[in-house]
Design a protein. Structure first.
Length: 413
């Protein structure tokens, strides 16, 4: 079985120069595998004392004493060896003990003492040296999500939707919908709690609830004939003032925190410019990286000019809304579904990526499309600045692997 190794790099949402791909991927072969994928800290010699963490023992040869050490220490989840010849009984003992065995022939010295590694069906991924960063995408952050992300070396929040914070508020206090002061207070508390978790950088998405979503939370608003197309995004940008004030207050209390903000559902250049002026008026223009989520198909034709005139910090491709509007389907429909991998949909995303890459703008993709391994590799190759992952071991591991394979491709080229 072929095993490849890769890792998530130390990410800054305004990306640093990517590492040389060869430093992130090791050709290897998994001999024994169980409970994959997992992450562990590599060590050589004696297991580190006083540290309650998953470990990966690195030895040149698989000996019975090595097997004994691995079986006796519950922290050791697997063994990495360089020699391909070893006793079959030693292998069986590891297998029956539920430990992973990874063979890394000529590259064993590249497995670093103290390094964090992903172990999966394809081998090792060095999570400290990924050539393409992986970030968190979430609507709600709790202790479990935070612990999972950080265990897998994800320290930046790539996409955090403020509207889900508002859904929580409105579900408890429907009357708060009519109070800018209460919205500002609640979002300030929510963002302060998020900032207090120690993330290096957070990208927020301004709220964009549809009338149908608001009614589901108990807010009595006029029902639109098509809430998926109605008064969304910057069309009523003034409703974002409480959100901008909350961001300002949190930055005042956490001056070291880096925050980016995405404007959702932008349909014209003038809309982006209007919101940018609001950020300037709020005193945020020098403190926040302002970008956009491209969901409206009309922006395909204005994107080059928007980039040239407004220089957004990033372009996020919101495929759920984009594909629904492009294909004439309500994204909430139970009967009519969009194939995100259709030729037209893929071509549209490719076109957006080409425009962003040509103009040197950081871009990434949200939605179902990013979960497909082939698409992930294509996005990485097209110049995507990051891959974003939900709080799922399987999804995080998949993103890490795609980032590593991107490094392998660059190295081969």
């Amino acid at each position: 079985m072929t095993v490849t190794q890769s890792l998530p790099v130390d990410l800054a949402l305004a990306l640093p120069d990517r590492l040389e791909p060869a430093s992130a991927s090791l050709p290897s072969r998994t001999v024994v595998k169980t409970d994959l994928p997992f992450v562990a800290t590599a060590f050589r010699g004696t297991p580190p004392a006083g540290r309650d963490e998953t470990l990966l023992l690195v030895e040149q040869s698989l000996t019975f004493s090595t097997v004994r050490m691995a079986l006796d220490d519950p922290r050791i989840a697997g063994v990495v060896v360089g020699d391909q010849h070893f006793a079959d009984h030693a292998r069986k003992m590891l297998q029956e003990g539920g430990k992973a065995l990874v063979l890394v022939k000529d590259d064993l010295p590249a497995v670093r003492e103290g390094g964090r590694y992903q172990v999966d069906n394809d081998g090792l991924v060095d999570l400290d040296r990924l050539p393409l960063p992986v970030t968190a995408i979430c609507s709600y952050m709790n202790d479990d999500n935070e612990a999972l992300y950080k265990a897998w070396n994800i320290h930046d929040v790539g996409y955090f939707r403020l509207k889900f914070c508002l859904f929580q508020l409105f579900a408890e206090e429907p009357e708060a919908f009519h109070s800018e002061e209460r919205i500002e207070e609640y979002l300030t508390g929510s963002l302060a709690e998020l900032a207090g978790r120690g993330w290096r950088r957070i990208r927020l998405v301004l709220s964009d609830p549809t009338s149908a979503e608001l009614r589901e939370t108990g807010i009595e608003v006029a029902a639109e004939a098509n809430p998926e197309l109605g008064l969304r995004g910057p069309r009523i940008a003034e409703r974002w003032w409480p959100e901008l004030r909350a961001i300002r207050r949190v930055l005042d209390d956490h001056p070291e925190l880096r925050i980016d903000v995405s404007i959702p559902f932008v349909s014209t250049i003038a809309e982006f410019q209007h919101v940018a002026a609001m950020f300037q008026e709020a005193g945020l223009d020098e403190r926040v990286g302002l970008g956009m989520t491209l969901e409206v198909p009309a922006m395909l034709y204005e994107l080059p000019e928007l980039i040239e005139t407004c220089r957004p910090a990033f372009v996020a491709v919101g495929t759920s809304d984009l594909f629904a509007l492009l294909n004439g389907v309500d994204r909430s429909s139970d009967k009519v579904k969009v194939d995100p991998f259709s030729r037209v949909n893929r071509q549209v995303v490719d076109h957006i990526c080409e425009i962003a890459a040509k103009h040197g703008v950081h871009f990434f993709v949200c939605g179902e499309l990013r979960r497909n391994p082939e698409t992930l590799r294509a996005l990485a190759s097209s110049g995507a600045g990051e891959l974003i992952a939900a709080a799922s071991v399987v999804e995080i591991a998949r993103m890490n692997r795609a980032a590593a394979q991107y490094g392998d491709t660059r190295s081969a080229a």
